[in-house]
Design a protein around this ligand. Sequence first.
Ligand SMILES: Nc1ncnc2c1ncn2[C@@H]1O[C@H](COP(=O)(O)OP(=O)(O)OP(=O)(O)O)[C@@H](O)[C@H]1O
Length: 535
Amino acid sequence: MKILKLLIQSSKLLFLVAVVASALTGICSSFLIKMVVESINQTDFDAETFKVQFFLLWLGYGVLAVVSSFVVSKLSQGIIHKLRVSLSTKILQASFQEIEFNQGKIFPILTEDIKSIYHGIDRMPSVTTGLATVLGVLGYIAYEHPTLSLAVLVLFASVFVLTKLSLKFIRRYQEKSRVLWNDIFKMFEGLTYGIKELTINKKFKNFYLSEVIEKTSKKQNQYLVKESVVVAIASKSSDMVLLFGMASLVVYIYASGFVEPSVFGEFLTLVLFIIAPLSTVAGWFSNLKRIEVALEQISSTGIDLEEATQLVEPVDLLEPESYDSIIELKNARHEYYNPDEDEHFELGPINTTIKKGELIFLLGGNGSGKTTLAKMIIGLYPPKEGALYYKDQKVDDSNREDYRNKFSATFVDSYLFDNVTLIDDESVIKRSEQLLKTLEMTKKVKIENGKFSTTRLSEGQKKRLGLINAILKDTEIYLFDEWAANQDPHFKKIFYEIILQDLKKAGKTIIVISHDEQYFDKGDRVIKLMEGQLV
Ligand SMILES: Nc1ncnc2c1ncn2[C@@H]1O[C@H](COP(=O)(O)OP(=O)(O)OP(=O)(O)O)[C@@H](O)[C@H]1O
């Protein structure tokens, strides 16, 4: 079971303490039950010994139960923390294309699936204690009443079969309701980021509320209700099987007389004591299924929760003194397949070279593949065929991370981080102040505690801050994907005539995706894409 593996991986020592403490708690409770039951029919009842023994077991039970709860909760919290960090790490390490393709699934995983795993683990103290109690009492019954215990085992086996049968249905509904979480998150995304469009148009707002939100939410509720019904049927029918079995035994024992009624009474009391913990253990199996569903969702995005096994040792690219080109694409191809529309987009084969210090404009109509080519050049999409070279060295899985580090980029949908731009170096502070001035942002943004003071800005201003962020990274190659698209003519001029020229003077290699043909004479070369091909 993957969840047990995760628990053990989290801390072997804590896991061992939790198992031992839970087992001892169960043993204490079994002995307490045995003492009470035995004392009922005892003729030579010794109250003093009973009090001492009972007190010690009672105290032991309480202390051990608290210890096991504390340790398991420490373990489960540790797992949740580790899961969050490791999931985030794995997302950052995973193939960009895989994560980009599964973008809609990431949020539900980081919230819903982690919550399901947490709730499953959180119940473990009561489950382990319950299990230990059941096993302890069963052991005692088997020792004291071997024939009767056989009958109990048959009854418990029926409960087990019933639970197992119901788990198939429970899992089916859990899977269906979990898949709907992806739609629910998408719908909340629309509600948050599309609030302008929704607020403006009453018809659309009502449609979104009734046809999207209400329908999806209702559908999920139906699955959740079905799951609860199956859980209730399974658990209640188990209780009914147990009670019916007991009643049948009573009738049979009275009819056959093969056991003394007083012995049977003691036996029955013991069995009744373990029905509740047995129910807790059986109920937990549905939680286990939910954990399985959550873990499957996580691995469906290509994220493997096992400890990372480094497939290729990362290496740095060399920095030779002389080389032909800084970037070269040889027969490089990329393709997308859109399963929803059964549509392919093919880029390439692309053959081109970029020299160090060149300022290149990349031009092309909407959907011609400019951003896709940019992502391939920057190392986000490894070419599906052909190859990419940096200073005459082939870029492959081992050096791709180092290759990507040679770039700074702004994309159309770039995210402006407000807590990452660490401006701690004196020269960087100076440069950022200079850039704020050039891009006329000094009245809006200041540098405070090594960060920009605000990101509550207009879209054009945010883009300018994003540009400053990219430039401050001071990398060898820059890529700007339609940066100037939403800038007014004044800031377009600043971008093409000051910013790009300053970068060029500093020896940077620059690729600019742009439709501003009036500035193309400021560059060294223009390349054009048409339907995925360089023309
Ligand atoms: N993540 C993706 N998955 C599937 N298809 C995609 C993906 N991204 C882009 N495409 C498809 O690839 C084609 C090229 O897209 P791309 O974004 O590279 O074009 P572009 O030239 O940058 O367009 P624009 O000028 O509109 O930004 C389009 O037909 C688009 O539908």
